[in-house]
Design a protein around this ligand. Structure first.
Ligand SMILES: [Zn+2]
Length: 356
């Protein structure tokens, strides 16, 4: 447009210079109009440019607005993420609470089961007691005893290390209460003692093998030494009484350091020979020095825990307190409904480390 106007102006000026005076005024007028047009065109161009700048500014403002909006969206997203995190934490707390509730529920259930078991045990105890009453067995636990109580048990009293000068007293006490017991005997040739081997048998008790010498180091030094000791007392008892003993008790017990080296060999040998060995699960404590009262309590306080009590005592020398405590032990156990029996090959043996 501007180029056209400029061309027009140039043409007019040429005409003006070269044209006649008559037309000069008209040309000048046209020139003025063209100048005016040019100005107008220039003005329009300026206006257009200004408008363009304004448009650009508006666009920039719009972009800024968009950026602000984007920032706002980002901020919202961050806030949303934060909320999600809080919700996750809340969910975790809820889960923990649920778990705690579950544990509490389990504990409550366990407590309920325990209560049921206690009730069942109580019912069993009552039933047992009724059964005993119906059988005519008077059986009361000792005073102060807590825990399971089974009355009417068989007690196996056993006497080791005899015979000795105390053996007749023991035999008389057992006779007085009409009780049979078991004697794991040792070897003695003392003339005043020798008759007691027979006395044990004659009065209906079980005679059984303990040891000839009771010397641990000698007996357990080798299998040959062990067998020699065993056969010496075995043959002696058989020759004196006519009884071939079937039961045996290890000096010191079946499972001690004393016989560690040959213990299993001895057990195999005894089995092969048809001999049954017995340990014990109640002691009166007379392996050491005890008063009669201690001997009594050692038995009656501990026997309540045993369903199959085998009591170890000694009728060897210097065991006077054992003899002294014996009647009281028997009377107490009888008052609890216990009965007494001698060991024989049909009785389940108590064995250390197995059913001690
Ligand atoms: Zn012994």
């Amino acid at each position: 447009m501007t180029a056209i106007v400029l061309c027009g102006l140039l043409a007019l000026q040429i005409m003006l210079i070269s044209g006649c005076t008559a037309k000069r005024t008209a040309v000048e007028t046209m020139l003025q109009e063209l100048n005016s047009s040019l100005q107008s065109v220039q003005q329009q161009s300026v206006d257009a440019e200004a408008a363009s700048i304004q448009a650009s500014q508006a666009e920039a403002a719009s972009i800024q607005a968009s950026q602000a909006e984007a920032a706002s969206i980002q901020a919202s997203q961050a806030e949303a993420a934060s909320i999600q995190a809080s919700q996750a934490e809340a969910a975790s707390i809820q889960a923990s609470q649920a778990e705690a509730a579950s544990i509490q529920a389990s504990q409550a259930e366990a407590a309920s089961i325990q209560a049921s078991q206690a009730e069942a045990a109580s019912i069993q105890a009552s039933q047992q007691q009724s059964a005993q009453v119906s059988q005519g067995v008077t059986s009361q636990p000792p005073e102060g005893h807590e825990g399971p109580w089974v009355g009417g048990r068989t007690v196996y009293l056993t006497f080791d290390d005899g015979p000795s000068y105390l053996t007749p007293q023991v035999l008389d006490i057992l006779d007085r209460y009409q009780i049979k017991a078991t004697f794991f005997v040792t070897y003695t040739e003392k003339p005043e003692i020798v008759p007691y081997y027979n006395e044990i048998v004659k009065r209906g008790h079980t005679i059984a093998i303990h040891t000839a010498s009771h010397e641990y180091e000698q007996i357990y030094s080798s299998m040959d030494a062990f067998i020699a000791d065993f056969e010496k007392i075995y043959n002696y008892v058989r020759d004196l009484t006519g009884v071939s003993c079937q039961l045996y008790r290890f000096p010191g017990g079946s499972t001690t350091n004393l016989n560690l080296g040959i213990r299993e060999q001895i057990k195999a040998w005894l089995e092969q020979r048809g001999i049954i060995y017995h340990d014990w699960n109640v002691v009166n404590g007379d392996g050491a020095t005890v008063t009669a009262d201690e001997a009594y309590h050692n038995v009656v306080d501990n026997i309540v825990q045993r369903t199959h009590p085998v009591v170890l005592m000694h009728d060897g020398v210097k065991k006077e307190t054992t003899v002294e405590a014996l009647p009281r032990i028997i009377e107490t156990l009888q008052s609890w409904g216990f009965t007494f029996a001698p060991l024989d090959p049909s009785v389940e043996p108590i064995r250390q480390g197995i059913n001690w």
